[in-house]
Design a protein around this ligand. Structure first.
Ligand code: AMP
Ligand code: MN
Ligand code: MN
Length: 367
């Protein structure tokens, strides 16, 4: 865990973790069988993680549309917490499958989870794992806890939609424009619009397959990434204006951070989803390897987004503080004041620096 050479003096380094294996043929076969062997006219429940992003909703709804093509009629898609879809994602094809969490089948024949690294990301829907006939987990987080019965988890996949597309293919469902739009939104979201290091040749080949269905990437990207209310623009000014740079944090690699309160949202008449892109502006600061946005979700409760440019494993910090994520994009729920939350992050950062002599400096930015 610690003690490698090559970094700032006195720093405890994180060694490179062994590469995590992707799904085996047996995993794929089990997932295919879970769908193929369903009883007559089954109930199928799709669940993605709380506070869903483009990959969570896009992979779930795209896969749901694929199941529709297979003739599955009784099909629900949901996520824990308030049933509010972020405005930019409301127009996704398949949105008609969405049902509030308190109205879903109590004991579906099959439950499929999307983009959730652990049970905790299923919130109040966790109990469905026990009442469902069987469960399949489609995910790409290396930290996936292998909850549920069947796991198709590929840490090498840039998005959960990569896994979902392959499973639809193995089920014999061809892509159409509606499925492709969902998967494109998922892929573009988790690769930062094809900018992060997770943007492999395989990602571009998948994007090519999706675009070949006739979807319009310009229109989709503008709606998903580049359309926010004017009030959000003013709110960004306030929040970015209070960003702080701490060059000495993270063993001298630097931390840049800011926070947004419920009062900020109220003052500008905005919904919480508008805060999500802020981390991308904060992490631009060249002087810091680590960036962080602390977003108030309730009095004394904060959703924390962290990013690293490659020298720090922020998932270590997030896991230590009760959350999770990827090495270069992670988060957790913090309690207390924003300053107290950042104090706890600072304490963890020194121990999360990646050794220079490892091959760990490949930021993916994946979410
Ligand atoms: P975000 O900053 O919300 O885009 O999240 C970045 C990454 O951290 C994603 O992979 C999330 O799944 C993960 N993440 C964020 N918040 C949490 C949390 N409270 N618990 C576990 N994982 C989280
Ligand atoms: Mn996600
Ligand atoms: Mn994802």
């Amino acid at each position: 865990m610690t003690g490698s050479s090559g970094g700032p003096a006195g720093t405890a380094f994180v060694d490179e973790p062994a590469p995590v294996a992707g799904p085996s043929e047996a995993d794929w076969a089990a997932a295919v069988a879970a769908v193929r062997d369903l009883p007559e006219d089954p109930e199928v429940l799709l669940i993605c993680h709380v506070n869903p992003d483009g990959d969570a909703l896009g992979s779930m709804l795209g896969f749901g549309l694929g199941l529709r093509r297979l003739g599955i009629r009784r099909l629900q898609a949901t996520f824990p917490g308030p049933p509010e879809v972020p405005e930019p994602l409301r127009g996704l094809p398949g949105a008609e499958l969405l049902v509030p969490a308190d109205r879903v089948y109590p004991a579906p024949d099959l439950m499929i989870c999307f983009d959730a690294a652990s049970e905790s990301r299923l919130g109040e829907l966790l109990g469905r794992l026990d009442t469902a006939g069987t469960s399949v987990v489609l995910d790409h987080h290396a930290s996936n806890t292998r909850f549920g019965a069947v796991h198709v988890v590929d840490p090498a996949a840039a998005a959960t939609s990569v896994v979902a597309e392959e499973l639809l293919d193995r089920l014999g469902v061809p892509l159409d424009a509606a499925i492709a739009e969902c998967f494109y939104v998922a892929l573009a979201t988790d690769t930062g619009s094809f900018r992060f290091a997770a943007t492999t040749p395989a990602v571009h080949l998948m994007a090519a397959r999706l675009l070949a269905t006739g979807i319009d990437p310009g229109v989709i990207s503008r709606r998903i990434f580049d359309t926010r209310p004017f009030g959000a623009v003013r709110l960004y000014g306030d929040v970015l204006g209070r960003a702080r740079l701490e060059p000495a944090s993270a063993a001298g690699l630097g931390l840049v951070w800011t926070y947004a309160t419920l009062d900020d949202l109220t003052r500008h008449d905005q919904r919480p989803y508008v805060l999500e892109p802020l981390i991308d502006s904060v992490r631009c600061a060249a002087e810091a390897d680590v960036s962080c946005v602390v977003k108030q979700i309730a009095p004394g409760e904060w959703a924390v987004s962290m990013r690293s440019k490659g020298r720090v494993d922020v998932s270590r910090v997030a896991v230590a503080l009760g959350g999770g994520g990827h090495r270069f994009a992670a988060g957790f729920t913090g309690r207390g004041t924003a300053d107290e939350v950042v104090d706890r992050i600072r304490e963890q950062l020194d121990g999360a620096v990646i050794s220079d002599d490892s091959e760990g400096c490949r930021p993916s930015g994946r979410a």
